[in-house]
Design a protein around this ligand. Structure first.
Ligand code: GH3
Ligand code: MG
Length: 488
């Protein structure tokens, strides 16, 4: 019983632990799936932003190639190219600035209505070189009367060093995020343009061959907008440059995915956090269901074990510990029930008491343990000679009793003889144990026989003692002792 109880408890613990484990596995796989999706989304978004930037940087290459190939550009040609580059977003602004010799300056100023020194592009034009176009990112006269302001990028130390970097390295350079002249924060990409066919192996050669730059600008907001176009509306997005947040909410986003965005020679990090985490519903349901099942099982195990214990106690209370037969208390209960039933049915039954003959000798000569063993063996013999419906009990030291329902005195006598014969024929172990015999007394009960249980037992005992007195190893019927009993 104890073993089954502990096995039950182990099963309960397994169900509880299993359900919690299953819930955790389901939750972790849901989160894994979610994180993979979030990572893929961040990756896709970064690629999208990169593609947008690459297109623009590519346009710069086109523009650079054009400038490089042309020996010189007229104002009309410049405007046509500039227009096309503006339309395609490769440049944010263009301005054609004629370089004029000093003698022509007045004339130029007169024609254009503003002093060209404002643009920082004065000075004589070298005979062997085409005009140098440094990027002028903004040049417009907002009001007719005002002088237009031009912005010579090379003169700005913050931007100028990226121009120098691009020129010396021979490849596009991206600035850090800075305020753009066209408004908003963003990055500039400068691509160096060298004289066609010039040697470019060393920094010195590249510096000598430089004829200008193609410049592009990306507003970080546009970059972020390109990145988030395929993200859910409620996604939180940051564009980071190192640890600095360039676009998006400050601070770090918990449990977010990161993907690099590389533009020219610089890399930014796109941080994406999708707030629509998978709900905890299913794993919670599994855990609650599993734990409830475990609780139910636990309750069942407890109830079952209590019932088992009760049954065990009942068995112990009605069982003879040596032989496993019914004990005297249980025997009397069963006898009372059988007597009442026989009276109801109008049938008769027999009570048989059996006492081993001279059993004391076995104990005295071979010891109590051997005596015990013999009692057990005889119990086995009696069990083999009784039916399922009979009541067999050990009611004293070497005394047994059998209730035979639905039988008359003749049949009872016959059964008594058979049992006595079986005991006599039994060869007890070990070999030194002498053959055992038994004296049997029988008293009848049931229809027409008014007898209390105690006197019925006393009658059977008396018959049994009569059998002893008659030389033992025999069967006696109670009716033969003191004449027939009174009928009801
Ligand atoms: P009788 O033929 O008159 O019955 O003689 P007996 O020697 O069998 O004597 P009696 O029935 O009066 O005594 C029963 C003996 O059985 C007494 C005791 O030594 C022995 N006995 C009683 N209970 C146990 C038991 O549980 N185990 C063992 N080994 N012996 C028992
Ligand atoms: Mg005896």
């Amino acid at each position: 019983m104890r073993r089954s109880f502990y096995l039950g408890l182990v099963a309960v613990a397994l169900v509880a632990a299993g359900s919690v484990l299953l819930a955790l596995i389901v939750r972790s796989s849901e989160l894994d799936h979610f994180h993979t999706q979030q990572r893929d989304a961040a990756q896709r978004s970064a690629e999208q932003a990169e593609t947008m930037a690459e297109l623009s940087v590519g346009e710069l290459a086109t523009a650079a190639a054009f400038f490089q190939a042309e020996d010189d550009l007229t104002r009309d040609e410049f405007e046509a190219i500039g227009e096309s580059l503006l339309r395609r977003g490769a440049l944010t602004a263009t301005a054609y600035l004629e370089e004029v010799d000093d003698p022509e300056r007045d004339d130029y100023e007169q024609r254009n209505g503003f002093p060209i020194t404002q643009l920082g592009l004065g000075g004589p034009r070298p005979a062997d070189r085409r005009p140098v176009y440094y990027p002028v990112t903004f040049a417009v006269a907002e009001e007719q009367r005002k002088t237009p302001a031009g912005y010579d990028v090379a003169s700005d130390p913050r931007r100028g060093r990226y121009l120098a970097l691009a020129r010396d390295r021979g490849r596009p350079a991206a600035t850090e995020v800075m305020p753009l002249l066209v408004g908003g924060a963003g990055i500039n990409v400068y691509r160096p343009i060298y004289r066609d066919g010039a040697p470019l192996s060393t920094v010195a050669e590249r510096r000598a061959a430089l004829i200008g730059f193609a410049a592009g600008a990306f507003r970080v907001n546009d970059l972020a907008a390109a990145a988030i176009s395929n993200l859910p509306d409620d996604a939180e997005v940051q564009l980071r440059s190192g640890e600095e947040v360039v676009v998006g909410p400050e601070g770090s986003l918990d449990d977010a995915a990161r993907a690099p965005i590389t533009i020219a020679d610089r890399t930014w990090v796109l941080v994406v956090r999708d707030p629509s985490r998978p709900p905890i519903g299913l794993p919670l349901l599994i855990a609650v269901f599993g734990l409830s099942l475990a609780a139910l099982l636990g309750a069942l195990v407890l109830i079952w074990s209590r019932n088992e214990r009760m049954r065990e106690l009942q068995r112990e209370a009605s069982q003879d510990p040596l032989t496993g037969l019914k004990n005297r208390r249980r025997f009397e209960e069963d006898l009372r029930r059988e007597v009442a039933r026989s009276r109801r049915d109008g049938s008769t039954g027999a009570l048989m008491t059996l006492d081993l003959d001279n059993f004391k000798q076995v104990n005295d000569t071979l010891g109590h343990p051997v005596g015990d063993r013999v009692i057990e063996e005889i119990a086995g013999v009696l069990g083999g000679r009784t039916r399922e419906s009979d009541v067999l009990a050990r009611i004293g030291g070497d005394e047994f009793a059998i209730v035979l329902p639905n039988c008359d005195s003749e049949e009872a006598h016959r059964v008594g003889e058979t049992i006595a014969g079986a005991v006599r024929d039994h060869v007890p172990q070990p070999a030194q144990v002498p053959r055992i015999t038994v004296s049997v007394g029988i008293a009848m009960f049931g229809a027409g026989i008014a007898t209390e249980i105690d006197s019925l037992i006393a009658e059977a005992d008396a018959a049994m003692y009569a059998a002893k007195a008659n030389g033992r190893d025999g069967v006696r019927l109670a009716g033969w002792l003191g004449g027939p009993r009174e009928e009801d």
